[in-house]
Structures are given as C-alpha cells and as structure tokens.
Write a protein that binds this ligand. Structure first.
Ligand SMILES: [Zn+2]
Length: 239
C-alpha cells in the first residue's frame, strides 16, 4: 500500500511505559478528506491521528506510530483512561452524522483493512482491542458509526465479531448485559441506554435500520457472551 506523508504538529510522547495495544477507528465528520487533513494539521485545533484514509483508499501518515497522537479525548477501555498513550488512531473520511452519513466505499474499506493488518502485526494488537471511537467514548462520540463494516473487517483479520446461531436467543436482562459489557471492556458507569447504543453501533447495527437502538434484543446477550468468550480465548498472558 502506498502511504503519503503529511505530518501533524499535534503529538507528544506516550506516557512512561505505555505502548500501543488498542487500535481506534474514527470517521472524520468533515465534507472532504482535505478539510480533515487541515484540521488534523492545525495547531489551534489540537487534534491528530496516526493515519487518515480518504474515500479512494489513499492512506496518509500524520503521526509516527511510536508517538502519542491526540484522537481519543476523554475515554475509557478496560480501566484505561489515557487511551491516546496506549493506542493507534485512524481517521476515515466520511461526512459523518453531521454532514450526511454515507456507506464507506469499497476501495476505502480495503485500504483500511490493509493498514490495520499492518498495525496489528507490528504491535501485536488483539482482535478485541480494535475499537470504535464510540466504544471508548459512548457519551460523546458516534464514530465510525453503524454503517462501518465491522463484520466484513473481522473476516479480514481486523477485530472481533460475535459468533451466534440462528436460534441463539435470550430474554434481555439489563443487569446481565451491563455485567457482560463491563467484562468486554466498556465503561459501565455510563447511562444504560447510551452504553447499549454504543455496543449496538459496533456489534448489533441492524437495530439502527428500524431505529430501535438503545433497546436490548434477544440477540444482545448471546452476542456479548460470544465476544467475552472470544476475548478470553485470545488473552496472551495472565493479567
Ligand atoms: Zn473520533
């Protein structure tokens, strides 16, 4: 893959002893990739990402992977709140929910998959550690959103996807769902409906087609159980 270079001034060192173990995917929420590039290079805006991928699949490196880019903001995963220090961030061009959310074009998705596979290999990132910005900041963020092809990417070696059978159905139980969300890594101090919506944006996106997000389905618990089981099987060493 050809990677262009467009350095951002917005980065610093990772916190002492911290190395990348999360991969956070974003959408730009801008009308064009050029506009996103300008924001990510603006000293005033104080934001950045390691990479930007445009609609045609052109990837641009903006911050070296060993440095701490400023993409996550106030966030949480598995107890970690300095997500910028433990992550690589990719911005993916899309007008987002602000300017007319659209499906991600195939060349862009293929480029994201290839870029992610390289990052995952270089930093040995676990599949359960490939996350949406909305997973780590459910109260503030919706990106990359319910149209992002997480299922397809999981088949490309990028991220986890729940494995459930057709007849895998469980009556929803809020307490059980919260417990499973916490075991997977989510911040369970967040309002239930907001938290569940973040989960569904990533792992149960069909609820958005009927505008039923925030309401548990009979698939929610089986999906979460599958994810937690896969996560535990992936854990490389005792915590
Ligand atoms: Zn974001």
């Amino acid at each position: 893959m050809i990677i262009a270079e467009a350095p951002s001034p917005n980065f610093g060192p990772r916190a002492a002893g911290k190395t990348p173990r999360l991969l956070i995917l974003h959408y730009t929420d801008t009308k064009t990739a050029f506009e996103a590039l300008q924001i990510l290079q603006s000293k005033e805006r104080q934001v950045s990402a390691h990479y930007l991928v445009d609609e045609a699949g052109q990837a641009t490196r903006m911050v070296p992977e060993e440095m701490r880019a400023w993409h996550a903001g106030k966030s949480f995963w598995e107890g970690e709140t300095d997500v910028n220090s433990v992550s690589i961030g990719i911005e993916i061009q899309n007008p987002g929910h602000t300017y007319g959310y659209v499906r991600f074009p195939e060349p862009q998705v293929k480029a994201v998959a290839e870029l992610c596979r390289g990052i995952i290999a270089r930093h040995r990132i676990l599949a359960n550690h490939v996350l949406a910005h909305s997973d780590i900041a459910p109260e503030r963020k919706r990106d990359p959103g319910e149209l992002f092809p997480w299922h397809y990417l999981s088949g490309q070696g990028v991220g986890l996807w729940p494995k459930i059978d057709e007849d895998d159905k469980v009556t929803p139980d809020q307490e059980a769902i919260v417990s499973l969300l916490g075991r997977y890594g989510y911040d369970t101090k967040i309002d239930f409906k907001i938290l569940l919506t973040a989960f569904q944006r990533h792992f149960e996106p069909e609820v958005f087609e009927v505008e039923d997000e925030g309401i548990p389905t009979r698939r929610t618990i089986p999906r979460l159980e599958s994810l937690v089981k896969q996560k535990l099987a992936l854990r490389p060493r005792a915590a």
